[in-house]
Each structure stands twice: as structure tokens, then as C-alpha cells.
Design a protein around this ligand. Structure first.
Ligand code: FES
Ligand SMILES: [Fe+2]
Length: 316
């Protein structure tokens, strides 16, 4: 199977679909990811849920005008109600609920201010857990400060950065001294050490470890002047566009006076660096058989690892 065919469809894994603070109790939102219309809502018990969007009755989109009733969602059209498993639990004007009245539900986990949805093309259950970030919420650390970016590219381009050792110089102006990758099951790691040259001047020696937990959720632990953890969570919308949530949490405990401005600038610098990647992705083509040389990272190993999330041979 060619790599073009291999990366058709959507990968299996946990994906961020919203920030916790963007979904109030009883709020309903239409969402579209993995080429699929869905509805995200928060029940009165505070838990978020995701169901497929279209009502089995006459096809209304539950995300437009649907209302949360207790922990169910009520269709705007004829008021059928669906619980978190997607089963219809009430038809207000009928004596019997049709046995097959249900919509597909998707596993959802809310963790450390992020709402994750499990996506599997053929409906299997989650087979790994989202890790806990020990530093999150501990003294000195900020919460996530997240920017939502809409990028017109295929997710494999974003993931490929993990192994692309040679782009740090030309794109990010960073000098890389050490670089390695490691893959283990659903986890993909990049370790690097080098010197960054911030726009404001000066040098920032850093050591970082970027870890993908599955195909769409990456955390970078960065040891530098300002220790921080970066969030890079991307979720495919369709075959050629995705949402990328780029965030940072910063350890401000050692910041001196005026440090907040410095921290804001630092974050801005990270985002500027990141926008350079984006411009590249939006305009490049994909090379299934790239011409590589000895200074490149091991792109082949990265692709083999990423392909494990696209079990197309078993896809329905
Ligand atoms: S279309 Fe949803 S209740 Fe009729
Ligand atoms: Fe990059």
C-alpha cells in the first residue's frame, strides 16, 4: 500500500475537541472533526459528551438548537431526547420509543482543562489513557494559555516535525546540538538540545523532550530560561484541514519583577516560531518517497510509527 493510501481516512486516538472553559454547563456546540458532524454538550452533572449530530428521526442537527435536559440532549425539531450512550430515552408524543432510535456516541474524557474525544474509524474502545501533567495546577505554574489555529494541511505534516531534525535551523533559527527519536507503542518522543535565538535578541540554551501520546496530542517539556510545557494538540477536520491548539504553561516561580512581560514575550516568540511551520505546511506537497540525506532525522521511522494509527486494513 502506498503512503498516500495509507494516510487516507483518520487516525485512531484521543484528540482535543474543546477547552474546558469554552463549554459551560448545559452548553451545546456543533463540532466537525474527522469529516463527521457531531454535537458536543455538557450535561447538568458537569460532564461533557459527544454524539453524532444528526437525529435518527427526521435528521435535524442536534448541535443547532438542541437543548440539554438533565444529562440528555433534546432535539430541536420534535423534542426526542438522547442520553450519553446515544440512545433515545424520550419521545414526548409517542407511547413507544422506536427500538433502533439512537445516534452514535463517542468516548469523552475531560482532563486538566482540555476536553478529549476518542476517535476510532471502526469503533473500538480507547486503548491508552491520557497522561496527567504533574505540574499542572501546582504553585508557580500558569494554566494553559491556548491559541486555536485553523491550518490547511494534512495531520501527517504536523506529526512529521517530530523527526525533522534539519528544519530547526532554516525555519526556527535554532541551533541543534543533540537530537534523537524514540517510539514505543502509542508514544513517540523527540529529545533535543540546542540554542534558540529569540527575536528580542540574546541566546536561550534549551533542552526539550516532545512526546506524542497517540497521533494528535503532544506535550513538550522545555528546560530553558523559563521552564515551560507546550501543548500541541491537533485534530483533523477533514482530509486537508485541522484545528491545532497551541498552548503553553509556564513556571513563573523564579521570575523577578517585570517577569510577566518577559513571560508574555516568551510565549509570543514560541507562537511566532510556530507560525513559520504553518506557512510551510500550508504550501508544501507531500513526498511519499522523499529524497533524504545523512543529516536528516529518521523520517521513515516516524512515518512507520504514525501509520500504526491508521489501521486501514480493518477499517469499516
Ligand atoms: S428530527 Fe429530531 S426529533 Fe424529529
Ligand atoms: Fe517546527
Amino acid at each position: 500500500m502506498s503512503e498516500e493510501e495509507l494516510f487516507k481516512g483518520y487516525p485512531r486516538g484521543w484528540f482535543v475537541v474543546e477547552l474546558s472553559k469554552e463549554l459551560a454547563t448545559s452548553e451545546v456546540k456543533p463540532i466537525k472533526y474527522f469529516g463527521r458532524d457531531m454535537v458536543l454538550f455538557r450535561g447538568e452533572d458537569g460532564s461533557p459528551r459527544v454524539l453524532d449530530a444528526f437525529c435518527p428521526h427526521l435528521g435535524a442537527h442536534l448541535g443547532y438548537g438542541g437543548k440539554v435536559v438533565e444529562n440528555t440532549i433534546r432535539c430541536p425539531f420534535h423534542a426526542w431526547r438522547f442520553d450519553e450512550t446515544g440512545r433515545c430515552v424520550e419521545v414526548p408524543y409517542a407511547k413507544r420509543i422506536p427500538a433502533k432510535a439512537c445516534v452514535k456516541s463517542h468516548p469523552v474524557v475531560e482532563k486538566q482543562d482540555l476536553i478529549f474525544m476518542w476517535h476510532c474509524p471502526h469503533g473500538s474502545d480507547p486503548d491508552w489513557e491520557i497522561p496527567t501533567i504533574e505540574e499542572y495546577g501546582s504553585p508557580g505554574w500558569t494554566e494553559w494559555d491556548v491559541s486555536l489555529l485553523h491550518i490547511k494541511t494534512h495531520p501527517r505534516e504536523v506529526v512529521e516535525n517530530l523527526a525533522d531534525k534539519a528544519h530547526f535551523g532554516p525555519i526556527h533559527g535554532t541551533k541543534i546540538e543533540k537530537f534523537s527519536n524514540e517510539y514505543n507503542g502509542h508514544i513517540g518522543i523527540q529529545r533535543s538540545k540546542g540554542i534558540a535565538y529569540p527575536r528580542g535578541g540574546g541566546e536561550d540554551p534549551f533542552e526539550s523532550q516532545s512526546t506524542y501520546y497517540g497521533p494528535g496530542y503532544m506535550l513538550t517539556v522545555m528546560k530553558s530560561v523559563l521552564p515551560n510545557i507546550l501543548l500541541l494538540a491537533h485534530t483533523p477536520i477533514d482530509q486537508n484541514s485541522l484545528h491545532l491548539r497551541f498552548g503553553a504553561m509556564i513556571d513563573q516561580s523564579n521570575l523577578k519583577e517585570g517577569g510577566e512581560k518577559f513571560a508574555a514575550q516568551y510565549k509570543e516568540n514560541l507562537l511566532i516560531g510556530f507560525r513559520e511551520d504553518i506557512e510551510l505546511w500550508e504550501n508544501k506537497v507531500y513526498r511519499p518517497r522523499p529524497m533524504l540525506c545523512d543529516g536528516d532525522g529518521d523520517i521513515g521511522a516516524l512515518r512507520r510509527w504514525y501509520a500504526t494509527f491508521y489501521d486501514n486494513d480493518t477499517a469499516a
